[in-house]
Design a binder for this molecule. Structure first.
Ligand code: FAD
Length: 381
């Protein structure tokens, strides 16, 4: 049986970037993937335009037991390196918000460029990895299409969100088998279900300040038929989807505004005043009070103002892996070298990308992590 230098499990962002580095180093490489084509998550990323990096990628934008773990990999292959890679492959890109880069002509351009970089690498699709063993310094990878051998293994099996794209937790099983700890997993970067709002609000979008465990997120919120979504809420799920405080008018102290209106505009109805601060439908949902503002006591006005500046949600639940962009938790980084991505418990075994207990913020941070960690493992395996 042929013994490859490296077998990479997973042809996603991290696995393909690792393969490109190994190919550059003239190593013999086999990639095994259970799907029928590469990088299916890149293809759907960024609404089809792949938000491939973010210039602000640094450890404060990452979550997990030890976010600082990302620092070395991000230094070895930085957002600027990623942007230069995109330029080198003649991929047209746009910077949508400060530091957030997308493909101009679709996410497939990134996938094609990754494949172009690994022409010498063998890829076996529709091949599901079931187990990995190590004897006499050689790894044997068992799949549903037979066994393969290599002197090193890169586990790039991703997370378990978006199961219809074909995912598995084999990375966790392999890690556990070689003594690594697994941090509990949960869905993140997704909408949340809550009974706090009415489905008639679905479709309304507005800028909010969302507070979760003292973290403040300034971003857009979108009402859905079953709760709330949009970037503000997606990002809140990275921290705690259950307890969220929303300020629907982040630039207005609504109680102060009410007190002034009472003096200067006393005959105006309170709901009309609220309608000048937030979209009309939301105003009616938060305060359906048609009395003149002058007729309301300050305690009543304070209660209404609180609903606008400080709306508390205590029943939020993440919509689930079916629709979550990422999985939080995963293989503990404890016994893995941040400089090489190699296991400290099993020489020659590497872990990269989303299967690790590292999750990035919304905005290109997850793909940057996948590319950086893949790059590092590909230079060391
Ligand atoms: C809808 C959506 C939009 C997103 N948009 C963005 C974005 O714009 N920017 C951003 O930064 N991030 C985005 N993400 C997150 C990002 O796509 C992922 O974090 C990233 O792709 C993870 O890369 P990876 O290589 O670790 O894993 P993956 O890309 O998931 O690759 C893992 C591969 O391993 C294979 N595999 C798994 N188990 C087995 C097995 N048993 N045998 C063989 N093969 C196996 C899978 O088939 C898969 O091909 C998005 C995610 C989703 C779902």
């Amino acid at each position: 049986m042929k013994i490859y230098d490296t077998i990479i499990i997973g042809a996603g962002a991290a696995g393909l970037m690792a393969a490109a580095q190994l190919a550059h180093r003239k190593k013999s490489v086999l990639i095994l993937d259970m799907g029928d084509k590469p990088a299916r998550k890149i293809a759907v990323s960024g609404g089809g335009n792949c938000n491939f990096t973010n210039m602000r990628a640094d450890y404060p934008r990452y979550f997990g037991k030890n976010p600082r773990f990302v620092m070395s990999a991000l230094n070895q292959f930085s957002p600027n390196d990623m942007l230069n890679w995109v330029k080198r492959h003649n991929i047209k890109y746009i910077e949508k918000e400060l530091g957030r880069f997308f493909c101009k002509d679709g996410a497939d351009k990134i996938v094609q460029a990754l494949i172009q970089d690994i022409k010498t690498v063998q890829i076996k699709y529709n091949t599901k990895v079931i187990d990995v063993d190590k004897t006499d310094n050689k790894f044997t990878v068992a799949t549903d299409h037979g066994e393969f051998m290599a002197t090193s293994i890169i586990v790039a099996t991703g997370g378990i969100s978006y199961p219809h794209l074909l995912v598995s937790d084999i990375g966790h099983k392999i890690a556990k088998k070689f003594g690594h700890k697994i941090e509990p997993v949960r869905p993140a970067l997704c909408a949340i279900k809550t009974k706090s709002f009415d489905s008639c609000l679905a479709g309304i979008s507005l800028n909010t300040e969302t507070t979760v465990n003292k973290h403040k997120i300034n971003d857009d919120l979108l009402f859905t038929h079953f709760g709330i979504g949009g970037p503000a809420i997606y990002r809140a799920t990275l921290i705690n989807p259950k307890e969220i405080i929303i300020n629907f008018a982040p630039n207005t102290d609504v109680f102060e505004l009410f007190k002034k209106a009472k003096q200067t505009n006393g005959k105006k109805s309170v709901v009309n005043i609220v309608g000048e601060i937030v979209p009309n439908k939301l105003a009616h949902f938060l305060c359906d009070d048609t009395r003149n503002i002058a007729d309301l006591r300050d305690t009543e006005l304070k209660q209404i103002a609180n609903k606008i500046n400080c709306f508390e949600i205590n029943d939020g639940t993440a919509t689930g892996f079916q629709s979550a962009e990422v999985m939080m938790g995963g293989i503990s980084t404890d016994k893995i070298s941040s400089k090489t991505m190699e296991s400290g418990l099993c020489a020659g075994l590497y872990f990269v990308g989303e299967c690790l207990d590292i999750t990035g913020d919304l905005g290109g941070f997850n793909l940057q992590w996948a590319f950086s960690s893949g790059f590092v493992a590909g230079n060391n395996a």
